[in-house]
Design a protein around this ligand. Structure first.
Ligand SMILES: [Zn+2]
Ligand SMILES: [Zn+2]
Length: 343
């Protein structure tokens, strides 16, 4: 059974491959999902309901409350404690400080031209999404002398150049934890190789809150991994997925749990298809957590996100953000009027 849990210290995201539309997945040694979990407890349902009530109708416009999960989806199999804003404030242990506020991206292994370009865009996106400085460090080569770092995939699961996987947890322990730059709010290893842990068949990412480090793989975001041909929007699709994994994993690093309230980039995900179905944006609640933690100007952030999406042909996201900006201006106007009236 894959170890896949949420704790204060370590989190695995999207690590179980199940059979389905994703080409080759079933044939590639997929592990079974854990049994279905029971529905949320009554007190959890109450907390979810009460949390909805704290969100202004205008703020909720354009978002979708999370429907009950379908079989195979993350929430059908994993219990997630609903994290209200109050609970978040109690557990957000990583917060940027004046001398420790940079999101540092650490390439691991070789990056081709396309990978390098996506990495640069991820840095740009991190700066905008989290409104914090970001930089890309020079790439670190793998040290394959470390036992446990790699494992050979069974022949039945090999595709193209992917004959082996790297152990994300070992890389965090043996590479990343010792190298956290002093100015790093979070230090994030990124690789084009496929990742796993000792008891999962793959992971998109692993993060350790305590150590402010995480690692994630972009391997599965490209059609080559699945033995599929390139299509016109393959690079755009890979960039969209890379942006989602960046905001999701970095969101975890800043203490945001998997979202059980709305369709949101912080939703847990069992498969690439589930990741693709999730939006790139944070819901009103997860966004409020970030705002509280980082203290940015939301309207400035939305405008910069809209520009980034439009510039990089992420058209649906750009259009969605245009509407979000309009709604947010109305919210600010309402609050301004309320403040004047309350005086
Ligand atoms: Zn996650
Ligand atoms: Zn959310």
């Amino acid at each position: 059974m894959p170890k896949l849990h949420y704790s204060l210290l370590l989190i695995f995201c999207a690590s179980v491959a199940i059979s389905g539309g994703e080409t080759n997945q079933a044939a590639r040694g997929a592990l079974p999902l854990p049994p279905q979990k029971p529905a949320p407890l009554p007190d959890e349902q109450l907390l979810i309901q009460r949390t909805y009530e704290t969100i202004l109708p205008l703020d909720e416009k354009g978002f979708q409350r999370l429907p009950p999960p379908k079989p195979g989806e993350w929430l059908a199999h994993y219990r997630e404690e609903p994290q209200s804003l109050e609970r978040y404030k109690m557990r957000a242990t990583i917060r940027p400080s004046p001398d420790r506020r940079t999101i540092v991206l650490q390439p691991l292994g070789t990056f081709d031209n396309e990978g390098t370009q996506i990495l640069q865009l991820m840095k740009e996106y991190a700066e905008i999404f989290f409104q914090l400085p970001a930089r890309v460090e020079p790439a670190l080569a793998w040290d394959e002398s470390i036992p446990k770092l790699t494992r050979q995939l069974p022949v039945s699961r090999r595709v193209g150049r992917y004959s082996k996987q790297y152990d994300g947890e070992t890389i965090m322990d043996s590479f990343l934890k010792q190298r956290v730059p002093t100015d790093a709010a979070v230090y994030l290893g990124i690789t084009l190789e496929d990742l796993c842990t000792s008891d999962t068949n793959y992971v998109f990412g692993v993060a350790s809150f305590k150590d402010r480090v995480g690692i994630y793989s972009l391997a599965r975001y490209f059609p080559e991994f699945w033995g599929l041909p390139r299509v016109e929007d393959s690079t755009t699709k890979a960039l969209r997925r890379a942006c989602k994994v960046l905001n999701h994993e970095t969101g975890h690093m800043f203490g945001v749990s998997h979202c059980v309230f709305f369709r949101c980039s912080m939703n847990g995900s069992n498969t690439l298809e589930e990741t693709d179905r999730a939006p790139a944006h944070f819901c009103p609640l997860c966004q409020r957590k970030l705002m509280w933690n980082i203290g940015y100007n939301p309207l400035k952030r939305f405008k910069e996100l809209q520009t980034f999406y439009a510039k990089n042909k992420l058209d649906d996201e750009a259009e969605w953000m245009t509407q979000r900006i309009e709604n947010w201006k109305k919210i600010e106007e309402q609050e301004r009027i309320k403040a004047v009236t309350d005086e």
